[in-house]
Design a protein. Structure first.
Length: 360
């Protein structure tokens, strides 16, 4: 590593966009509810939360790294910082997923993997790479498929697109938007990207959403956003868009409208306005839990539902308990384990090397 590299620092709390924090937490909850589809129609459009995540990532990464990359931050250093941010909680979700899938094999579950497929998938998914052994990119922890695309688009932006003019970036995003709209209409929805067969959909969703977020970041004023009730309106609009159901013939047009038109407006409002003072702590907490909720919920959701069915426990009982417990554990991990793990990785990967002793 570069000897003169400065230690990685965490942005101060007053630099956080609290409305976007709250929106991230609400979107993560929508993903959890969407995965409860086997119980009931709780968030029929919850998969679109991933598109919102890509959009927010473009805003946050552009605001946090554009100047640093211009001032000499290398692509390898950028990648290390992104991995340090994502990996501690990722490895927890990965471990839980391995235990779940191994348990299915031992229990002779009808949908079990084979040991060889599990082994190959574990090796690739451990490195945050898609598995070549199954039709699913991230069979160990299925929601992690989007993290592969997140890192891919981060690298593409930091390595190439960060140097593009605003006009070129706008043209790039427009072309991606047209391609995404066509793909969604052909596929029937934007619910794609997590299997090899629709890899192109994942590429279009991630690159379009992130690029649009970068463009939005350029329109936002620096500094602390002003408090406004518009932040609450935007958050409520996001929830409604993720919860609503539409008829199958209208689904592709709904998805395109939400991704291309509604999400940018909501994200702009989220970045431009802070929540009222009384709600700032709640927004902060929602931001803290958003990533752990997203990356940790999948295996426990299906494991608990299996146990509940065996014990004849109603979803009305176990689902609320699970969500509350998931939020509590996620908040604890986000404020204890995650920062401690990142500090450890920082010290291990980014600590400057001592100068070699001279030959004399």
């Amino acid at each position: 590593w570069r000897r003169d590299m400065k230690p990685l620092t965490t942005p101060p709390d007053n630099a956080r966009l609290l409305t976007l924090d709250a929106m991230r937490g609400l979107a993560a909850l929508a993903v959890v509810l969407w995965h409860f589809e086997f119980v009931g129609p709780f968030a029929k459009s919850g998969y679109l939360a991933v598109d919102f995540f890509f959009l927010m990532s473009g805003i946050v990464i552009a605001r946090g790294y554009r100047a640093r990359l211009a001032n000499g931050l290398t692509l390898s250093d950028f990648l290390i910082e992104r991995l340090i941010r994502l990996y501690p909680l990722y490895i927890l979700g990965f471990t839980i997923g391995v235990v779940r899938l191994a348990g299915q094999i031992v229990a002779d579950h009808p949908n079990r993997m084979t040991w060889p497929d599990l082994g190959v998938s574990a090796v690739f998914n451990l490195m945050m790479l898609p598995s070549p052994a199954t039709s699913i990119l991230a069979p160990i922890n299925i929601p992690a498929w989007s993290l592969f695309f997140e890192l891919l688009v981060n690298l593409a932006w930091a390595g190439v697109l960060v140097k593009a003019s605003r006009r070129k970036l706008t043209a790039y995003v427009a072309l991606l938007g047209i391609a995404l709209c066509a793909a969604v209409i052909v596929e029937g929805s934007a619910e794609g990207g997590w299997i090899w067969a629709d890899l192109h959909v994942g590429l279009l969703r991630s690159f379009f959403g992130f690029g649009l977020g970068v463009l939005l970041a350029g329109t936002l004023a620096q500094g602390r956003p002003r408090a406004s009730a518009l932040s609450l309106v935007a958050s409520l609009a996001l929830c409604l868009l993720l919860l609503v159901d539409v008829a199958p013939p209208l689904r592709p047009f709904y998805d395109v409208g939400v991704i291309v038109l509604c999400f940018p407006l909501i994200a702009w409002a989220g970045a431009a306005f802070d929540p009222p003072a009384l709600l700032r702590r709640a927004a902060h907490a929602l931001g803290d839990i958003s990533y752990p909720v997203y990356v940790l919920h999948f295996a426990p959701t299906f494991t608990l539902s299996f146990i509940a069915r065996k014990l004849d426990i109603s979803p009305v009982v176990w689902m609320p308990v699970f969500i509350v417990a998931l939020f509590a554990v996620s908040l604890y991990l986000a404020r204890t384990y995650d920062p401690a793990a990142r500090r450890y990785l920082r010290n291990a990967l980014l600590a400057p090397r001592p100068k070699a002793a001279s030959a004399a």
